[in-house]
Ligand binder design. Structure first.
Ligand code: NAP
Length: 314
């Protein structure tokens, strides 16, 4: 018979790790299950400027998350690396089944599975992911040292990551579907001052192509309908294309079980879902602000709610 944990936390981003810290400190028997590396979105973010109290020069997502991981460990939280393939959430004991059939049981579950980058949505995209197309500047910027790079999107992520890419690329052009950025004004101000950063307004990417590696793309002006082909500089033979056009929630596993809105899990202010003993925290839930600070706060609230739930069971 498998061990029954007090709580299983699914996902080790800021929400999951904060939940782990609070659950561990509350002496709950806690297991965090993560399928990849810790950190979620933040693991692929370069600069963190707006986490309260966090003033370390040059702080990046990976350095912040490494400290969160250590902190959760300190309070005795168990860790497993597995990719959960099915869940049974109803009833007093919840069951999660891993990739190799391993069963994990718990009285409560906190879903902190986060979100993943939305594909650019152009023709041939799949063929060039990892061969010129990327969704992670932290991971791939160095491959484009002295090359030209294009960034699709107009939000905080697109503009911040485009600025980071200017440290490597010869020239970075942001391709945005409107003529105004969605990014915070403070971020825009910095971006407009960056001499290596250019903007292509009212434009979307229609198609990408090349031989082995991305070297040409067709973009469309959405106002005039005009199509333009952009080719890599002959000497370069390639360019980079980074997509930062928002996120899609990791919730396929819970479809038909949990109440959702456009794929995001609905919760109340205390992170309860529609199933007793099941909570959601961080980017995966319906909310208005997806930030490290709000994810961590969700995780803390969810863990404390689990603590109340478990003590009422006894
Ligand atoms: P976002 O804020 O949702 O912005 C997505 C951008 O992509 C928008 O400019 C949008 O255009 C564009 N877009 C969406 N679908 C598109 C499509 N199919 N084709 C072309 N363009 C498309 O997403 P994000 O920038 O990834 O940020 C996600 C969340 O993380 C946000 O809550 C953001 O505030 C947060 N974040 C915060 C920071 C920070 O505080 N420093 C940094 C990174 C991310 P429109 O503007 O026309 O809608």
């Amino acid at each position: 018979m498998s061990k029954v944990y007090d709580v299983i936390i699914l996902g080790a981003g800021p929400a999951g790790l904060a939940a782990g810290l609070y659950a561990g400190r509350s002496r709950l028997d806690t297991l965090i299950i993560e399928k990849g590396q810790d950190g979620g979105q933040i693991a692929i973010t370069n600069e963190i400027e707006n986490y309260p109290g966090q003033v370390l020069e040059g702080e990046s997502g990976p350095t912040l998350i490494a400290r969160m991981t250590e902190q959760a460990k300190k309070f005795g939280v168990e860790r497993v690396r597995d990719s959960i393939k099915s869940v049974e959430l109803e009833g007093p004991v919840k069951k999660l089944v891993g990739a190799k059939g391993e069963e994990y049981l718990a009285k409560a579950v906190i879903i902190a599975t986060g979100a993943f980058p939305r594909p650019i949505g152009c023709e041939n995209e799949g063929k060039y992911v990892g061969k010129g197309i990327s969704f992670c500047a932290t991971c791939d910027a160095a491959f484009f040292e002295d090359f030209e790079v294009y960034v699709v999107g107009g939000g905080d992520a697109a503009v911040e990551e485009a600025m980071y890419l200017t440290k490597f690329a010869r020239k970075v052009t942001v391709i945005h579907r409107r003529d105004e950025l969605r990014a915070a004004k403070s971020i825009q101000e910095k971006a407009f001052k960056n001499p290596k950063l250019f903007f292509m307004w009212d434009t979307v990417v229609e198609k990408v192509d090349g031989d082995e590696i991305l070297s040409t793309m067709v973009v469309k002006n959405v106002k005039t309908g005009e199509l333009t082909t952009i080719n890599a500089d002959e000497e370069d033979g390639m360019f980079g294309l980074f997509g930062f056009i928002g996120l899609l929630p990791n919730t396929a596993l819970f479809e038909g079980m949990l109440d959702m809105d456009r794929g995001y899990i609905k919760t109340d202010a205390d992170m309860h879902t529609n199933i007793e003993g099941v909570y959601a925290a961080g980017d995966v839930r319906v909310k208005s602000l997806r930030q490290v600070v709000t994810a961590a706060a969700d995780g803390a609230i969810a863990a404390m709610q689990v603590e109340h739930y478990i003590s009422n069971l006894k």
